[in-house]
Design a protein. Structure first.
Length: 232
């Protein structure tokens, strides 16, 4: 399914040389075409993340999601799985099309805030310091450039309350450094756990747990639970 969508979208939209702009353009234009978002709403795809025995669920259930920020939320399909548990939910994405779909999905939920963040890097300064109990991102950072992930990690460290938790799903695909993410299995960008650990330290976040697992290829994905130090 993903391969068919990938081939269709890559034929339709040319990609430039700048890696960050290329990725943002891909999701913005693909989002407007709705192909990716339609596929991502498939119940079988969502179940990968929310099945009781999944690594995702085991770490997610450790979060205090009373005040949550979801980065690169797409249509909000992941937050929607626990929609009745939030006191306050903020959904952020670089795609206006995705945010519009999220608004439709969460219609009737007055405790949800929507942020269209077109730069696709970092968090907007309008988000207050020390304001979220949880920051999480699923099925998005696997495609991102390393410096883009670092910008989000630094943003998370700023907006989390001391002791707040951050749960990030990212690539562990170690081949093709400097190449196109769209050439890799499952569009995974180049990343290693050693690089991620160094970025977490740079951002001022403590790694509590990491799971590495097969997704698009052997050991292609990783999931880490991080914490903002209590004394920060």
């Amino acid at each position: 399914m993903l391969k068919k969508i990938k081939n269709k979208v890559l034929r339709k939209y040319a990609m430039g040389k700048d890696p960050v702009k290329r990725i943002i353009s891909f999701w913005k234009q693909g989002g407007a075409d709705y192909d990716y978002y339609k596929a991502a709403e498939d119940p079988g795809w969502i179940e990968i993340f929310w099945a009781p025995a999944s690594a995702f669920r085991a770490l997610f259930d450790q979060l205090d999601i009373s005040r949550t920020l979801e980065i690169a939320c797409g249509t909000g399909r992941h937050s929607f799985q626990v929609r009745d548990r939030f006191d306050q939910l903020t959904l952020l994405d670089s795609s206006a099309a995705a945010i519009n779909l999220a608004r439709e999905k969460f219609r009737g939920f007055p405790n949800v805030t929507y942020i269209h963040h077109p730069s696709g890097t970092g968090l907007p300064e309008s988000l207050p310091d020390n304001s979220f109990s949880t920051v999480f991102s699923y099925d998005a950072m696997v495609h991102f450039e390393q410096h883009t992930i670092l910008s989000y990690m630094k943003g998370a460290a700023r907006v989390l309350v001391p002791g707040g938790l951050c749960l990030l799903h990212y690539s562990n695909f170690q081949a093709n450094p400097g190449g196109l993410f769209s050439d890799n299995p499952g569009w995974r960008n180049h990343m290693t756990q050693e690089i991620f650990n160094a970025m977490a330290a740079d951002a001022g976040l403590e790694i509590l747990d990491t799971r590495i697992f097969n997704f698009s290829s052997t050991d292609s994905d990783a999931l880490s639970l991080l914490r903002k130090p209590v004394d920060s």
